[in-house]
Design a protein around this ligand. Structure first.
Ligand code: TEU
Ligand code: CA
Length: 543
């Protein structure tokens, strides 16, 4: 099996918010096709589409009602085929989101399963409560219990996410057989692989109650269990037939579990999304944000770099606040966005860019819950309200953490609605589009976008940046520095996360500074990042 996915950069598209071609305010497949030349110019080799399947959109497509149909809001199956073909012409592969932990309750399997006599009954977890109580004490990812009662069924069904996302029961062997056919359906159409949604929680070993936990009571019954590993190996058999790849979204994994899920010889996933570095600015759960301490981010990243042989590199996705708002400096937003990019493309692993990250899109400018649509934010808001948390405080918790921060429409131009749509966008456009937009950055040689266009080929063209080993040099709240050591050369990357100049005397010839400098004298400007290259003679190399 070739490992083509190691040398590529992945670009994640949230279709609803990317580009609207027909003025209905909703991004769509023809819109994506119209931007393929831009994506090619950026240098990305893989597009990951967040779900475009038929869905009632309780969770914007992560609640699928038909795995073999395109949501008409996004276009037709012909559009999908055209997207795959046109991307291919430009050397770009397309991967899809595979959401198989749960289906929408609108899915025909679920609808059939509401009848206790149906052959589909066992596709889901139906349980009667005991003595008027819920089947167990588990809590869900979006807050509250994870059982919903269905009158027609006279029973509860399990949903670890929203009530409209019913968990599939993999103890029923037919479920995995259905999944395999869905995989083939898309692989046969030319899809190059899948991003697998919450893939390490598929297998539930039992539905016993668990000791109460601060977060996710019950998770000891489903996090990264052997049953899941077995399913992943069966899925892998099919993917290998197509030379396709998988990246797993794996919640609550440590580096050991990440290795178990992605080690090549185990033949499960090719790589995973860990979350530890995304938890560097929170206490227990993300709604309790803390100040950002760069050393915490650097420590988590270094540990993963050293302990997981090959993995994803990401700072954003459709569930996370924008990285520049979160990890950037308010005084030096552009330099710090460039610094984060330097880090993203010079660590070891497959980099993922989330749409808008390449132009430094920020968190939303919404001022109240009325503007927020995200089901997670709305559920948490309701939960906090039921605990009598005042509205001001609820907003203070939700505004910086809401997933809608990442979901506001892509800012293309200075035209109304940032050129995303000619109609009314489904979610508000950030007012800063007049300053932060793709078109003006394309023209400006010093822009963040053009800095990405320098970094991506640099990484692609360097064996050392792609495959060299990683060694941390310095981790503090001011400076994160590391080396990538290859054959006969090493790169030293120095990132000044602070708003003050820092003296950091590493040696090497300057390859790239985010200030555009062409010489390095050991002094880093505020939020400056430098990439230095050093040739080594043989006896140094063997150290
Ligand atoms: O996310 C799983 C997941 O862990 C998130 O719900 C997470 O708890 C939260 O968003 C962190 O902010 C995946 C998808 O990426 C997400 O969009 C879906 O809502 C979820 O699964 C259910 O399919
Ligand atoms: Ca549209």
């Amino acid at each position: 099996m070739s490992e083509w996915w190691k040398e590529e950069v992945v670009y994640q598209i949230y279709p609803r918010s990317f580009c609207d071609s027909n003025g209905d305010g909703i991004g769509d497949l023809p819109g994506i096709i119209s931007k393929l030349d831009e994506l090619k110019a950026l240098g990305v080799g893989i597009l990951w589409l967040s779900p475009v399947y038929a869905s009632p959109n309780e969770d914007n497509g992560y609640d699928i009602s038909d795995y073999r149909a395109v949501n008409p809001e996004y276009g037709t199956m012909d559009d999908m085929d055209r997207l795959i073909a046109e991307a291919k012409e430009r050397g770009i592969r397309v991967i899809m989101d595979l959401v198989i932990n749960h289906t929408s309750t609108a899915h025909p399997w679920f609808q059939a399963s509401r009848d206790p006599a149906s052959p589909y009954r066992n596709y889901y977890y139906w349980r009667e409560g005991t003595n008027g109580k819920l089947p167990n004490n588990w809590t869900g990812f979006f807050g509250g219990s994870c059982w919903a009662y269905d009158d027609r069924s006279r029973a509860y069904y399990l949903h670890l996410f929203a009530p409209h996302q019913a968990d599939l029961n993999y103890h029923e062997p037919k479920v995995l057989e259905e999944v395999k056919e869905i995989l083939r359906f898309w692989l046969d159409r030319g899809i190059a692989g899948f991003r697998c949604d919450v893939i390490n929680i598929l297998w539930k070993d039992s539905l016993q109650s668990s000791p109460k936990k601060a977060v996710l009571t019950g998770s000891d019954h489903y996090l990264s269990l052997e049953g899941t590993h077995r399913i992943l190996r069966e899925i892998r058999n099919i993917l290998d037939e197509y030379d396709a790849f998988t990246v797993g979204e794996t919640v609550f994994v440590d580096t050991k579990q990440a290795c178990d899920l992605s080690a090549p010889e185990r033949r499960e996933l090719n790589m995973v999304f860990g979350f530890e570095h995304m938890e560097c600015d929170q206490r227990i759960v993300k709604w309790f944000k803390t100040d950002f301490h760069p050393a915490r981010l650097a420590k988590a990243l270094s540990r993963w770099q050293q302990q997981v042989p090959w993995n994803t590199l990401y700072l954003e996705n459709h569930d996370q606040p924008r990285s520049v708002s979160r990890f950037g400096s308010a005084r030096y937003p552009i330099h710090s966005a460039k610094l984060l990019a330097t880090m993203l493309f010079t660590l070891k692993g497959t980099p993922f860019i989330y749409q808008g990250q390449e132009i430094g899109m920020t968190n939303f400018d919404f001022t109240s819950m009325a503007q927020v649509q995200d089901v997670e934010s709305r559920n948490i808001d309701a939960l906090l309200r039921s605990w009598h948390v005042p509205a001001r405080q609820r907003w203070r918790m939700i505004a910086p953490t809401s997933r809608d921060n990442a979901r506001t429409p892509m800012q293309w131009t200075v035209e109304p609605q940032a050129g995303f749509t000619t109609g009314t966008p489904w979610l508000g456009v950030n007012g800063n589009y007049r300053f932060v937009n793709y078109a003006s950055q394309k023209e400006n040689p010093d822009s963040l976008l053009n800095y990405y266009k320098q970094l991506i080929p640099l990484r692609r063209g360097s064996e050392t940046l792609l495959f060299g080993s990683f060694e941390p040099l310095r981790i503090s709240d001011e400076v994160f520095a590391y080396r990538r050591v290859g054959t006969g050369e090493a790169y030293t990357v120095v990132l000044n996360f602070s708003d003050k100049p820092q003296r950091v005397p590493y040696v090497g010839e300057l390859v790239l500074s985010n200030y555009g400098y062409n010489r390095y004298d050991g002094l880093l400007q505020p939020c400056e990042s430098v990439i230095l290259r050093e040739r080594m003679d043989d006896h140094v190399k063997t150290k």
